[in-house]
Design a protein around this ligand. Structure first.
Ligand code: PEP
Length: 239
């Protein structure tokens, strides 16, 4: 699975042009390719993706039912607009809006309830890695999902070291392998889908995908250029 997270990028016309280019990316049926545009462009892009195999996702949503929540979208809205997934708990949202795994539980449950799948992001800061706490930090980020009794078989986990996001640095192959094995241990599922995210690019993709236990990638910056995104999909398919 290769998912593009466009974050707060693209004006409307650029978003539509980029989605059209992504539709043209050749990929094997077994590879799930998806894009998560800004919320305002989900609806027009749903039309672009109609009758294509590209999955559409929201970058965030909340777990509440319809109601007085200014500025928010809920899981039902994302689903209704054509999304089949929602990124939850991206480190940018954890850092800026104080989201925690606990506060995200209603959103995870609501996303699962609609039939969409959450792409639940976890990852350590540089300081946490350097002090040897990375595995524990990620385990603690995952445990609330289990404690809440959520169906983890429906959740895609994205391991995204915070220090690797947008920095041009990727975790080493050994660190990725160790963390992905830990994630599967913690959730108790050897078959869990665990994506890696953090500066995946056409240059780093082969190395990242050579790590055992990687189920694909969550791609930020490189997903904004269709040719780079296509090169990452191609790297996945030749691994
Ligand atoms: C991300 O923010 O999810 C991400 C992986 O970003 P980048 O690829 O730009 O590091």
């Amino acid at each position: 699975m290769i998912i593009g997270n466009w974050k707060m990028n693209t004006a409307r016309a650029d978003a539509i042009a980029l989605a059209e280019a992504v539709v043209g990316i050749a990929h094997q049926p077994a590879t799930r390719v998806g894009i998560c545009p800004p919320a305002l462009w989900i609806d027009p892009i749903a039309h672009v993706l109609e009758s294509s195999s590209i999955l559409l996702g929201a970058q965030d949503c909340i777990g509440d039912q319809f109601g007085a929540q200014t500025g928010c979208i809920n899981a039902d809205m994302a689903h209704d607009a054509g999304c089949s997934m929602a990124i939850l708990g991206h480190s940018e949202r954890r850092a800026r809006f104080g989201e925690t795994s606990e506060s995200l539980l209603p959103a995870v449950a609501a996303v699962l309830e609609t039939g969409m799948f959450p792409v639940f992001c976890v990852g350590e800061t540089r300081e946490e890695r350097e002090s040897g706490r990375a595995l524990d930090v990620v385990a603690q980020q995952l445990k609330p999902l289990l404690k809440a009794g959520l169906d983890v078989s429906g959740i895609v986990i994205a391991y995204e070291p915070v220090w690797a996001i947008g920095s041009g640095l990727s975790a080493t192959r050994a660190d990725i392998e160790e963390m992905h094995a830990t994630v599967r241990d913690v959730v108790g599922r050897a078959d869990a889908l665990v994506l890696y995210g953090g500066s995946v690019s056409p240059d780093s993709a082969d190395e990242v995908f050579s790590a055992e236990g990687v189920s694909g990638a969550l791609v930020g910056g490189a997903s904004l250029k269709a040719d780079k995104f296509a090169a990452i999909v191609a790297a996945w398919e030749r691994k």
